[in-house]
Design a protein around this ligand. Sequence first.
Ligand SMILES: C[S@@+](CC[C@H](N)C(=O)[O-])C[C@H]1O[C@@H](n2cnc3c(N)ncnc32)[C@H](O)[C@@H]1O
Length: 375
Amino acid sequence: MATAATPEELRDFVEQLVGPMVLKPDRTVARINNTNLGGDRSWCDAITSGGRIRTRDPGVMSGPPGGNLAQVLVSSADRIRGGTARKRRSSVILLSSAQASEMLNQFQHGNQSRTSLDLGKTETAVSLQEGYVHLSNEARVSLDNLRRIANCEDAIFAVWEGTVEKVIRFSNATLRTYKLRPTADWPALEISGILMHRIKGTTPKRDAEAKLRLVSPVHGAVLDTCMGLGYTAFLAASTADSVTAIEKDDNVLEMARLNPYSQSLFQEPKIKLIHGDATQVIPGFGNALFDIVNHDPPTLRIAGELYADAFYAHLLRILKPGGKLLHYTGAPGSRGRRVDLAASVTRRLARVGFAKVHHDSETSCVVAARPSGRL
Ligand SMILES: C[S@@+](CC[C@H](N)C(=O)[O-])C[C@H]1O[C@@H](n2cnc3c(N)ncnc32)[C@H](O)[C@@H]1O
């Protein structure tokens, strides 16, 4: 598979899979830690040239001989995602550092422990026998692996029979990595290293609640343009009559299916999930359908079309008169740029016809309303 990615772009997703990758100053040789990809040695060399990266040691990387790094990664990542993606259903056991550390503590005092196998939603009794923690009839984890999980604070692990795998997948369709990352409450989603949820000074749960408070009471028909793990969508569904949620990326849907906290997306009859591109789906919607539109797109750099005037005009059109728009703009880059993005979105929403447009700095959201009278 050829790729047009630059060495720096490739480095981003390599780092998601295998940790730090050092590009030498002339950018021709990189050192990659590949133990997570199943290699026996911790480091192998890769050569970058003409926007490609070739591994010097493809055997170690388990890729096709002479293949470029993207090929090698796809083939190696298949092993990683094979486990979590195929075995993702409700039976999959998820552990993060918090549960692993707690179990290790408790096992210092005996062979029994209580822990959560679904990231804190429920609790289960587990036991230690001959160096293995028996999590269920089928699944056990060695003490060594438990220590590995305890020491890794930025990943979630899936345990299935004898295997323990980070919940991270690489898509050769999008050339991106998708990873669930533990937080103090609901997991955050990372796409190629970019967090899709706010975790600095807040948590995904508190952040979603705070955002929805800006448009409360949340009632009637709600549209969630960029569903992600669906936190805003299912919170809205607890008080709204209906929620339509759109998600374009099937890798994200896969992560949502795996995430214990996203399950109501697939179970709550009030939620209608559309797998599609919001820029194509929304123009097909009729006028004045929604009381609230929540628009939480990825960054401007990744998804500029979701910040375009033409798209905003559709959001205005599909809102009922008096209906509200909640638009997360984030705070990308430096302080100066942060002010600029919020200000530019505010200005352009007003220009396409929104009223009462204002910025909430705490949540980094712009809130606006469709005027009540005729447009
Ligand atoms: C910041 S996340 C949304 C998080 C979400 N509010 C939640 O509570 O989990 C943005 C999501 O938008 C999705 N996305 C990006 N472009 C899209 C598009 N054109 N149409 C629909 N979804 C899109 C991404 O795949 C990503 O999952």
